[in-house]
Ligand binder design. Structure first.
Ligand code: ADP
Ligand code: MG
Length: 494
């Protein structure tokens, strides 16, 4: 994907885009902005949530003249909400160039609007009916319009605005540039294009064939500093058979894999800086189950075809929606269900919303798991392991010593002690990760409150200091933490 600076935009506009937190163009933006900048007519079709507003808003702001105090651009939008939202976005794009947009819609006092119009907006974003009112009253004149945008054209047609749109377009000089954006392309749009547009260029972005619908998807909002502890708790609670943890950078991958190793998980990292033979060997170990947790960058995981991955963790939220789909698609393959959990810092909530809008699905919010849940998860695991050993393994030679212990202790006490020894309790080994800058998508949903400093009070995080301490990290050595004996003895072998 292109960056905005590849598009030949002016300094002011680039600055405002950066300020809005946009880092790369969306596909519709990449393709339409250059065409619109050339002054050509354009029809852009892309599904909802793909950034169509900026796709026309950026060239619109770029091409208008700040010094010329007349309405030079008109955006027609179907609803009042949309008009307000679009005007806001245009004002953000125009903030440094000082291009001003005003929303004009029915239901708002017309006198108030007339006063606002006296402030000489460069762009008005209007619902068709109200714009017609102003045209009749001559409170808006369309003589100087250079660019017209029909936003959500399909929706405007659905709402019966066709005639109004025609009336408006007939009033505007044919020298204008006309841009039309829509999520769908009903036949009537072709008719409008034929009558009112000059050899429009068609840009169509196919809806992403998103295939993540069968995968259960959760997110947990968590401060950057707590992510690692949250990850290990989930690993303890869920005890995934095979999981992939995605991190943003190679360095993070190394640090995470090492940190997980320190806390007793069999984890290995994979990324582009490793030699091919190292990568192959890590993958082989992951496939045959000697490694439970694979930590990877996006690039390293592209095209990996590994069956049996039960969990995907987005330790860092992906930078773009496509990566999300790729990552999550690593699990739940071959008709099996999978679970994807994304850790999201409060500042990254906008990105999460963007992902939701692209995959057209809500990602379910989950609370930060508590330490108690983590411990219980491990206890359950131990219990299952004991039941499995009873069922499958030869334990005859342990029976004599068991009898001896039972002569002097009651069975519940004895068994509890044994459980304590073999249960992997959450550890407090300190692990430090290099922080990366959070992904920010501004103007998207509510970024949510920043968690107050030290405010770990929700979700029992206050128990931090009462974490059960491991007596000695090495004691656990041979104790099975995985429910599956094929994974024993593979820890910390990197
Ligand atoms: P559409 O009109 O296609 O439904 P919008 O223009 O409303 O989509 O954009 C959806 C969201 O994506 C908005 O919150 C917008 O701020 C955000 N957005 C648009 N372009 C980008 C970009 N290049 N990078 C990040 N976020 C973007
Ligand atoms: Mg839109």
């Amino acid at each position: 994907m292109a960056t905005f600076s590849d598009l030949g935009l002016s300094e002011f506009v680039i600055r405002s885009i950066i300020n809005m937190g946009f880092e790369e163009t969306t596909p519709i933006q990449e393709l339409t902005i250059p065409i619109a900048l050339q002054g050509r007519d354009l029809i852009g079709q892309a599904q909802t949530g793909t950034g169509k507003t900026a796709a026309y808003g950026i060239p619109l702001v770029e091409k208008l003249m700040t010094q010329f105090e007349q309405i030079q651009g008109i955006v027609l939008a179907p609803t009042r909400e949309l008009a307000v939202q679009v005007a806001e976005e245009l004002n953000k794009i125009g903030q440094f160039k000082r291009i001003h947009a005003l929303p004009i819609y029915g239901g708002q006092g017309i006198d108030w609007q007339i006063r606002a119009l006296k402030k000489k907006p460069h762009i008005i974003v209007a619902t068709p009916g109200r714009l017609m009112d102003h045209m009749r009253r001559r409170t808006i004149r369309l003589n100087d319009i250079k660019i017209v945008v029909l936003d959500e054209a399909d929706e405007m047609l659905n709402m019966g605005f066709l005639e109004d749109i025609e009336t408006i377009l007939k009033e505007i000089s044919e020298e204008r540039q006309t841009l039309l954006f829509s999520a769908t392309m009903p036949k009537q749009i072709e008719a409008i294009a034929q009558r009112f547009m000059k050899e429009p260029e068609m840009v169509r972005i196919k809806a992403t064939g998103v295939t993540v619908s069968d995968i259960e998807q959760h997110y947990i909002e968590v401060a950057e500093k707590l992510k690692f502890d949250v990850l290990t708790r989930i690993l303890d609670i869920q005890s995934p058979d095979l999981s992939i943890v995605f991190a943003r950078t190679k360095r993070r991958v190394d640090e995470l894999a090492e940190g997980l190793g320190k806390r007793g998980y069999s984890a290995e990292g994979i990324h582009g800086d490793l030699t091919q033979s190292k990568r192959d060997s890590v993958l082989r170990q992951f496939k045959d189950g000697t490694i439970d947790v694979l930590v990877a960058t996006d690039v390293a995981a592209r095209g990996l075809d590994i069956s049996g991955v039960t969990h995907v963790f987005n330790f860092d939220i992906p930078q773009d929606t496509e990566s999300y789909v790729h990552r999550v698609g690593r699990t739940g393959r071959a008709g099996k269900t999978g679970l994807a959990i994304t850790l999201v810092t409060p500042r990254e909530m906008g990105m999460l919303r963007l992902i939701e809008s692209v995959i057209k699905r809500k990602i379910i919010r989950k609370p930060i798991p508590t330490i108690v849940e983590a411990v219980q998860g491990q206890q359950r695991l131990t219990m299952n392991e004991i039941l499995r050993v009873i069922a499958e393994e030869d334990i005859e030679k342990y029976k004599a010593i068991a009898e001896e212990l039972l002569a002097e202790n009651d069975s519940v006490t004895l068994l509890s002690a044994a459980l304590k020894i073999i249960t992997k309790e959450p550890e407090t080994v300190e692990v430090h990760l290099t922080e990366t800058a959070p992904i920010r998508v501004r103007g998207l949903g509510n970024p949510g409150p920043r968690s107050p400093k030290g405010g770990y009070n929700r979700n029992n995080y206050g128990q931090k200091d009462t974490w059960p301490r491991r007596r000695n990290h090495d004691v656990r050595g041979g104790a099975p933490r995985s429910r599956d004996n094929r994974r024993n003895g593979s820890k910390n072998d990197q």
